[in-house]
Write a protein that binds this ligand. Structure first.
Ligand code: FAD
Length: 502
């Protein structure tokens, strides 16, 4: 009888998650044999593509939904602090790789772009002021600046101030050391680096169609999308890094932990401007507050994007609804994901989220003129001819069982792993690519606990000199690591005072 090919690890999908995990595993164990299987003909063809996401290096600097305000006016910054330190962990990995010399330059994927928050009206201003007071006391946000002065705002965001009513009440914060990240370029750089090592392959135009348990792990069925030929590969560990399509594969695995999960796809659109005369007046990512009733991922922002060395502006996202789990997916994705185990939570979410449904319908029904009206709340003098509509990537939000409500909709990410650690899937989309490295570290701690505390421990400590928890509380260490990462990734000029940790 013919034997299947055998590898240690199969990673489904060639997005930022699989690419990061594959490179990390290869660093920890150079002898590991692994295969990345991707249905498209290149890496980063779905959410990780630079035009399918906003490319914000999420570090909690400007996203107002990460710092909720309680009824008594207090602002909770825990989530922003956590995301900030997760981003520092991502930067440590990229720093480690760029210092190796064979990985290539960081300039291809990360660029310095200031992060600003902008609010309008008395309530917005009092929220932003309180947020600034609390945040600027934390070492991660010590460089944050606050202003209600329109002349200062005109310096920070020259495109956004002309044409506003003189009596408009506005305020802004700015952190100079924000970033724009081309996660597509990073993904492809990781994949190229990966395949320069022995026993690491990326197979394109191949779809994973099934998973079955075998004695030591899993048998993965793979279909060539051009020829229709199928093959089977045995793997000790499988990562379902299929983005929006991870849910159906998780369901196909049949693991107990997959039961009860459902997916709610939300699509997106942007307005994009490539006119250099407009683009040159905006060097920032400016985030504002989401409209009442809208989901957190639809916070409007006007962003400088740096893709392949060229600058553009992106505004949005405008949300929408489709039943596809991937941009290149099928309209049958959502109906085919309904199971006896998740129909209850899915119906409960449909019943309890009428506001969201109404919001999505209103977004879908918008005309181009209405979209431009939203843009003009940011950039009052925006001209229609400078902007075109682009389709963004898909976000499949998680639906989960809930003992009280029957089912809840979650806007974060969730790592679902088999009890024996032989398979893991990543569901959800936010805060996404920026915190990939922390999520993949969580995965290896969950699925390879003996190795992470044993033979991989020294290498992990070398790559990650300071993890999230310690960065949250140790101000001196945070400052040191942050400065070193920023220099290594060419985000700031090197200064003679900065010591190296390499
Ligand atoms: C509109 C939008 C804006 C965003 N903005 C930001 C942002 O500003 N900052 C940020 O950090 N994050 C952002 N994100 C989130 C970020 O883009 C995602 O979290 C990240 O790209 C997910 O990476 P992934 O590798 O899990 O998935 P993907 O990049 O989607 O990759 C999954 C891959 O799996 C492949 N695949 C699927 N099924 C199969 C199969 N059966 N067999 C083989 N291959 C398969 C797909 O073709 C795809 O290439 C945004 C996302 C969206 C949609």
């Amino acid at each position: 009888m013919a034997h299947n090919e055998a590898v240690d690890v199969v990673l489904v999908g060639a997005g930022i998650m699989s690419a990061t995990l594959a490179v990390l595993l290869k660093e920890l164990d150079p002898a590991i044999k692994l295969e990345v299987v991707e249905l498209m003909d290149s890496g980063a063809a779905e959410s990780s593509n630079p035009w399918n996401n906003a490319g914000t290096g999420h570090a909690g600097l400007c996203e107002l939904n990460y710092t909720p305000q309680a009824a008594d006016g207090t602002v909770d910054i825990k989530k922003a602090v956590h995301i900030n330190t997760q981003f520092e962990v991502s930067k440590q990995f990229w720093t480690y790789l760029t210092k190796k010399g064979t990985f290539g330059s960081s300039r291809t994927f990360i660029s310095p772009v200031p992060h600003l928050s902008f609010v309008q009206g008395d309530a917005g201003v009092s929220f932003l002021k309180e947020r600034f007071e609390v945040m600027s006391r934390h070492h991660a946000f010590a460089d944050m600046e606050y202003t209600e002065d329109k002349a200062t705002m005109a310096e920070w965001m020259p495109l956004m101030m002309p044409g506003r009513p003189t009596d408009e009440v506005v305020a802004a914060t700015r952190v100079i050391n924000g970033t724009d990240v081309n996660f597509g370029a990073l993904t492809n750089q990781l994949l190229t680096h990966l395949t320069s090592a022995p026993d690491a392959q990326v197979k394109y135009c191949k779809r994973v169609t099934g998973l079955k348990r075998n004695n030591g792990g899993w048998t993965v069925s793979i279909k060539d999308v051009n020829s229709g030929n199928t093959r089977e590969v045995d793997a000790k560990f499988v990562f379902l890094g299929a983005g929006g399509a991870a849910l159906p594969l998780l369901q196909a695995s049949g693991i107990e932990e997959s039961k009860g999960f459902g997916g709610f796809p939300i699509s997106g659109q942007w307005l994009r401007c490539d006119n250099p005369e407009v683009v040159k007046h905006h060097q920032a990512k400016v985030y504002s507050q989401a409209a009442v009733g809208s989901p957190p991922m639809s916070v409007p922002h006007l962003d400088t994007r740096v893709v392949d060395g060229k600058k553009s502006l992106l505004f949005g996202p405008y949300a929408g609804f489709t039943t596809k789990f991937l941009k290149h997916g099928s309209f049958m994705d959502l109906p085919m994901s309904v199971r006896a185990g998740n129909i209850g939570p899915m119906l409960a979410v449909a019943k309890n989220n009428m506001d969201l449904t109404k919001y999505l319908v209103s977004e879908v029904m918008q005309s181009m003129e209405q979209r431009l009206e939203s843009l003009r709340r940011f950039y009052p003098q925006a001209k229609a001819e400078d902007w075109r509509l682009e389709v963004a990537g898909q976000r499949v939000q998680i639906i989960k069982k809930d003992p009280k409500k029957g089912g809840v909709l979650q806007f974060g990410t969730e790592l679902v792993a088999a009890k024996d650690g032989s398979l893991a899937a990543l569901l959800g989309a936010s805060p996404g690519a920026s915190v990939t490295v922390s999520i993949m570290l969580e995965l290896i701690e969950k699925c390879f606990p003996n190795k992470t505390s044993g033979e991989w421990a020294a290498k992990l400590a070398e790559i990650f000199p300071a993890r999230e928890k310690v960065l949250e509380t140790d101000a001196a260490l945070y400052r040191k690591i942050n400065a070193q990462n920023n220099i290594a990734l060419e985000l700031v000029e090197a200064s003679s005072e900065t010591e190296s940790y390499a």
